[in-house]
Design a protein around this ligand. Structure first.
Ligand code: GLN
Length: 493
C-alpha cells in the first residue's frame, strides 16, 4: 500500500493560528483580513484538487468581505467578534444569489432568494465566507460518498472518507482551507466527520440555532452547528450564531449563552465535582478496541481534572437506529416533495406528455439512489395502514429515549461515549450495504432524537494513525458545561 497523503494542518506558529487569534489580531489591526484570507486560499490552491472539500469557492465575494472588514478597522469601526475569520458553509445553507445545491442534481443552478439566518449572522459578525462545502446528497449519509459531485477525501489520508454528511466542512477545516465551518447534524453529521477528521464538532440543543435557510432533511432532528480546530473556536462560532430568530418557529426564545468564558473556565479550573457517566450500551460491543482505549484516556483526563466517574445504562439507545431510520426518512419524504421540476433547479420535460410525467422524470433524473431509498422508506412508513406500526411506534421510542436520558441526567451532569465506532474507513467499504453505513451513527443519533446537545472532541489517534474523537452528551441547554468538559479533554492532547 502506498503511504497515505496528508494535507492536514495543526494549529501552530507559521499557521494562521486559531480563529480566536485571527479575530483578535484583525480587530486590533495587527493583521489584515485580506492577508488571512490569502493564507487560506494558498492552501486551497495547493490541496483542494486532491481533497474536494468545496462545491463552490467564493473567491470574489470572500475578497470583498475581507476588504470590507479591513476598511472598517482602518476607519476605527469594530467589524465584530468574528472579524476576518475564514468560514466554510455546508452547501445546504442558503446563500442569497449563490448556488445552493445540497450536492444534488435536482437543485443544480438554483440560487436562493435569501440567506440563512446563520449566514447573515456570520457576515454581520465580520466572518468571511470562503465557499460552499460538499455533503452527502441532502445530508443523507455518513461518508460524503452520496454527493452527486463526487466524494470528499479525508485530509489525513486521501484513501479514506472524511465522514458525513458534512464531510466537506470537516475536511475544509482539517486541511486549513477555512479556520472554522458550519455543518448540519440530523443524526451525527457534524460530530462524526469532526471525529474522523480530527477536529471539534458540536450539535447544539434543538432550537438553539435558527434553522431558517437550512434546506430541510428531517425537520424535528436537524440542527446547525460549528466545526473548529479548538473547543474555544467552536464556542466562539456557536455564541455568534445562537439566539432567538422569529423566522424559525422552533427557535428558543432566550438570550444566547456565554460559551467562550465556559471554555476558559474549564481549561483553567478543570471540572471539580462534575459527574460523568459512561454509557454502557455504547462503550463496549460494536466499538473497536483502539476507540475504546481513547475513551478511557478521555475519562482519565476528566477524573484528573476533578470529575467523578460512573457507569450508566441508557437502554433505549439500542432502539435509536431503528426509530431514526423511520422518523428521518418519513420527514424527508415530506420535505423533499417540493422538488417537483416546477419550483427549483432541474426540470426534465423531454418525453413528458403532461406535468405529472415531467415531475416523475425530473425526480428520477435529479435524485441519487440513497435519496430515493429514503423517500420510498419514508413514504411507506407514513402510508395508511402502516402509520401506527412504523411511524407511530418510532415516535413512542423517541419518548422512551427522552425519558431514559432524563433519568440518566438525574445522576450525571454529562455522559460520555465514543463519537464513531471506528476511525475513518476506506472509500467503498460501506456503500454496498446501506445498513452497515447506518450503523456508523449508533453513538450520535440518540441526542438528535432527544433534542439534546453533544460535542465531539479529538482525543488522539487509532492503530491506523487516524484521528479518534470522543463524544460528550448533556441535557438541553448544557452547552457551557459540555464545552468546559471538552476543553479538559482537549488540554491533554
Ligand atoms: N448519517 C445519518 C443519515 O444519513 C445522519 C446524517 C445527518 O446527520 N445529516 O441520516
Amino acid at each position: 500500500m502506498s503511504a497515505p497523503t496528508r494535507t492536514v494542518v495543526t494549529v501552530s506558529t507559521g499557521d494562521p493560528g486559531t480563529a480566536a487569534n485571527i479575530a483578535a489580531d484583525v480587530r486590533a489591526g495587527r493583521r489584515t483580513a485580506v492577508d488571512v484570507l490569502a493564507q487560506h486560499f494558498a492552501r486551497i490552491d495547493a490541496h483542494e484538487g486532491d481533497v474536494h472539500a468545496f462545491n463552490l469557492v467564493l473567491r470574489q465575494q470572500a475578497g470583498e468581505q475581507a476588504a470590507t472588514v479591513d476598511a472598517a478597522v482602518a476607519a476605527g469601526i469594530d467589524p465584530g467578534p468574528l472579524a476576518g475569520i475564514p468560514v466554510a458553509l455546508k452547501d445546504n445553507l442558503c446563500t442569497r444569489g449563490i448556488e445552493t445545491t445540497c450536492s444534488s442534481r435536482i437543485l443544480e443552478g438554483w440560487k436562493p432568494p435569501y440567506s440563512a439566518t446563520v449566514v447573515q449572522r456570520l457576515a454581520a459578525a465580520g466572518a468571511v465566507a470562503v465557499g460552499k462545502t460538499n455533503l452527502d446528497e441532502f445530508a443523507m449519509g455518513s461518508s460524503t460518498e452520496n454527493s452527486a459531485f463526487g466524494p470528499t477525501r479525508n485530509p489525513h489520508d486521501h484513501t479514506k472518507v472524511p465522514g458525513g454528511s458534512s464531510g466537506g466542512s470537516a475536511a475544509a477545516v482539517a486541511a486549513g482551507f477555512a479556520s472554522i465551518a458550519l455543518g448540519s447534524d440530523t443524526g451525527g453529521s457534524i460530530r462524526q466527520p469532526a471525529s474522523l477528521c480530527g477536529i471539534v464538532g458540536m450539535k447544539p440543543t434543538y432550537g438553539l440555532v435558527s434553522r431558517y435557510g437550512l434546506v430541510a432533511y428531517a425537520s424535528s432532528l436537524d440542527q446547525i452547528g460549528p466545526f473548529a480546530h479548538t473547543v474555544e473556536d467552536a464556542a466562539l462560532l456557536l455564541e455568534n450564531i445562537a439566539g432567538h430568530d422569529p423566522a424559525d418557529s422552533t427557535s428558543i426564545d432566550a438570550p444566547p449563552p456565554s460559551l467562550v468564558a465556559a471554555v476558559r473556565r474549564g481549561r483553567a479550573d478543570g471540572v471539580p465535582g462534575l459527574r460523568v457517566g459512561i454509557v454502557e450500551e455504547l462503550s463496549g460491543e460494536g466499538m473497536s478496541s483502539d476507540v475504546l482505549a481513547r475513551l478511557d484516556v478521555a475519562v482519565d483526563r476528566l477524573r484528573t481534572a476533578g470529575a467523578t466517574v460512573g457507569h450508566v445504562s441508557v437502554e433505549s439507545t439500542k432502539l435509536c437506529l431503528s426509530a431514526y431510520y423511520l422518523i428521518a426518512p418519513a420527514e424527508a419524504s415530506s420535505n423533499l416533495s417540493r422538488y417537483d421540476g416546477v419550483r427549483y433547479g432541474l426540470r426534465v420535460s423531454q418525453g413528458a406528455a403532461n406535468v405529472e410525467e415531467m415531475m416523475a422524470n425530473t425526480r428520477a433524473a435529479g435524485f441519487g439512489a440513497e435519496v430515493k431509498r429514503r423517500i420510498m422508506l419514508g413514504t411507506y412508513a407514513l402510508s395508511a395502514g402502516y402509520y401506527d406500526a412504523y411511524y407511530g411506534q418510532a415516535q413512542k421510542v423517541r419518548t422512551l429515549i427522552i425519558e431514559d436520558f432524563r433519568r440518566a441526567y438525574q445522576q450525571f451532569d454529562v455522559l460520555i461515549t465514543p463519537t464513531s465506532p471506528t476511525t475513518a474507513f476506506s472509500f467503498g467499504d460501506k456503500t454496498a450495504d446501506p445498513f452497515t453505513m447506518y450503523l456508523t451513527d449508533v453513538c450520535t443519533i440518540p441526542s438528535n432524537l432527544a433534542g439534546d446537545p453533544a460535542i465531539s472532541v479529538p482525543c488522539g489517534v487509532g492503530d491506523d494513525g487516524m484521528p479518534i474523537g470522543v463524544q460528550l452528551l448533556g441535557p438541553a441547554l448544557s452547552e457551557a458545561v459540555l464545552l468546559g468538559a471538552a476543553a479538559v479533554i482537549e488540554k491533554g492532547n
